[in-house]
Design a protein. Structure first.
Length: 257
């Protein structure tokens, strides 16, 4: 059993390196683009919002509010987008008997999580060093929000990869769906800003809890946040179980050759 687990770990490590080379290449900055891309987009969005909005909104810095929303959103988008038609795009790997669908999925999700996390650390260090934003008030809560977002996105990605294998046109619906969900995701608001009924309704969306938890770590007691880690755990666990159950039946739909 231990030897089998070790074999899968080595396979996943090799697949991560392969995906890293395929995605970023060996030249022209390579993996550095994983950091530069979200850094440039975050800087651009922060600049635009700071010009269009008041510098202080609901008692908090608009720049810091945008910063605290865009980075977890980037994590969500990178992880979920990577899952679309993933198996068919990497079907050639299945010619190698030791490689399983699970190895391919875990390797891709691990790469997206690691690249997004490195981007978060580098961007936060840069903006904190230049005094654009302060250091987080509670790093543990910030980390919890980041990890919950990764778990929620990863469990959703398992369902997405199976759905797009069963029904290829499903891939076309995910990009519009992601844009449509932005207004209710929590990236542009905090629950405490909403009327009581609106806040209760917003908290039905587990993604809102991820943003609230992440911002609780950044702002601390300066703002009122609303989140339930048990609710998030229940959602993520349920999605993970449903995704793994669906994936166990997908092998016959992945055509080799």
């Amino acid at each position: 059993m231990i030897a089998q687990i070790g074999s899968h770990v080595r396979i996943i490590q090799a697949l991560v390196i392969r995906d890293l080379m395929v995605r970023f290449g060996r030249r022209h900055l390579g993996f550095v683009w994983a950091v530069l891309e979200p850094m440039m987009l975050t800087a651009g969005i922060m600049t635009v919002w700071s010009l269009l909005k008041e510098p202080i909104v609901h008692g908090m810095s608009m720049v810091l509010f945008v910063f605290s929303g865009y980075l977890p959103l980037t994590l969500w988008r990178h992880i979920t987008n990577a899952s679309l038609r993933l198996f068919q795009k990497n079907v050639g790997l299945l010619y190698h008997h030791p490689i399983s669908l699970g190895d391919i999925l875990v390797a891709r999700l691990a790469l997206e999580f690691l690249s997004s996390t490195v981007a978060l650390l580098v961007i936060y260090f840069v903006v904190a060093a230049t005094h654009v934003v302060p250091l987080p008030e509670d790093p543990k809560l910030m980390l919890a929000g980041w990890l919950f977002m990764a778990w929620f996105a990863g469990s959703a990605a398992v369902l997405m990869v199976t759905w797009t294998e069963y029904w290829e046109p499903a891939e076309k619906f995910f990009q519009p769906a992601q844009y449509l969900m932005l207004p209710i995701s929590g990236v542009f608001f905090m629950v405490d800003w909403l009327p009581t009924d609106g806040g209760k309704l917003a908290l039905l969306n587990p993604m809102v809890h991820c943003f609230e938890l992440f911002r609780a770590g950044i702002f601390g007691e300066a703002v009122v946040t609303h989140y339930d880690c048990w609710y998030l755990t229940a959602w993520c666990t349920g999605l993970t179980i449903a995704g793994l159950a669906a994936m166990s039946r997908i092998r016959g739909h992945v055509q080799i050759g």
